[in-house]
Design a protein around this ligand. Structure first.
Ligand SMILES: [Zn+2]
Length: 293
């Protein structure tokens, strides 16, 4: 089993290998090209990937996020046909699929969670996230990874998976996801910057380690099989504490901004990865994964 998890961006179409200007060396692949890229890394021993999909069309409800012929659902099916042993993890969120670019369904009700005029309809959001997770499970995902930071997301997804007889499908929860500036290059890759407002209403304050540990505890109680700290390098204290406090595997997400800082400097990358390992991460999600398998 590899400790490394390689993220991939997948787009509709054929023959696509689109360079991402903000992330040198990283591409958006159509499914056919994705298979070509996965083939040698699986042969070398990588056994886990994390998929992010870019829909052909965005809409207000993020319909393609839960469509059975959505980009992630199609990709998972084809990948599992070609690489049955590969553990496919899928990001579960709405922000890349909706025109407003937020992680939840919007509402005008001012009583809901709010920040800078961004109001999220919690109930509708949990329903949508659960629906996305079930559609990924149906396609063959081994882990679904809710990244919306909505309260109750893990409980809602666990219940929906169980109700649909996907008890074997696990949840990797983005429990400690900070409102970080290190996500900048990713948002270009995914074309998912919010159209207005920001995500501080639902992501964690970088100064508040207690809130992060509390969210990890809550999401473990709700049924998370693995918890994640994101970003990794600037939050190694959280990785360390999560590992000490809870009896669950901890994944650290070495995010796009961290990738860009160290890109092309192998000795620095190696040292940074060692630091993440030293903090106690069981798994490391990193765009550098190919260099470590
Ligand atoms: Zn999101």
């Amino acid at each position: 089993m590899s400790q490394f998890i390689l993220p991939y961006f997948v787009v509709q179409g054929n023959g696509q290998k689109q360079p991402i200007a903000s992330m040198p060396g990283i591409y958006r692949f159509s499914i056919d090209k994705l298979l070509e890229d996965i083939d040698p890394v699986v042969a070398q021993g990588l056994d886990k990937i994390l998929l992010f999909g870019l829909p052909r069309e965005k809409d207000e409800l993020g319909t393609e996020a839960f469509a059975d012929d959505g980009i992630v659902q199609q990709a998972v099916k084809v990948i599992k046909d070609h690489f049955p042993q590969l553990i496919v993890m899928t990001d579960v969120c709405l922000c890349a699929y909706t025109t407003q670019g937020h992680c939840g369904v919007m509402t005008n009700d001012k009583c809901q969670m709010s920040n800078d005029g961004v109001t999220i309809d919690s109930e509708a959001t949990l329903e949508a996230l659960a629906r996305i997770a079930v559609s990924h499970a149906r396609a063959g995902a081994a882990y679904v990874a809710p990244s919306a930071m909505m309260r109750g997301q893990v409980r809602a997804i666990r219940k929906a998976l169980d109700d649909n007889s996907y008890q074997q499908v696990k949840i990797m929860a983005y429990s400690a996801k900070f409102a970080s500036s290190f996500y900048g290059p990713f948002r270009e890759a995914m074309n998912c910057s919010p159209a207005f407002g920001d995500r501080r209403g639902y992501q964690l304050d970088p100064r508040d380690s207690q809130a992060a540990l509390e969210r990890i505890r809550i999401e473990i109680d709700e049924g998370a099989d693995m918890v994640m700290v994101k970003p990794a390098l600037a939050y190694l204290d959280i990785v360390f504490q999560a590992k000490q406090l809870f009896n669950k595997p901890v994944a650290a997400y070495n995010v796009s901004g961290e990738y860009v800082l160290l890109h092309g400097q192998p000795t620095l990358i190696k040292e940074a990865i060692i630091a993440i390992q030293r903090a106690g991460a069981d798994y490391i999600i990193t765009y550098h994964a190919k260099e470590f398998i």
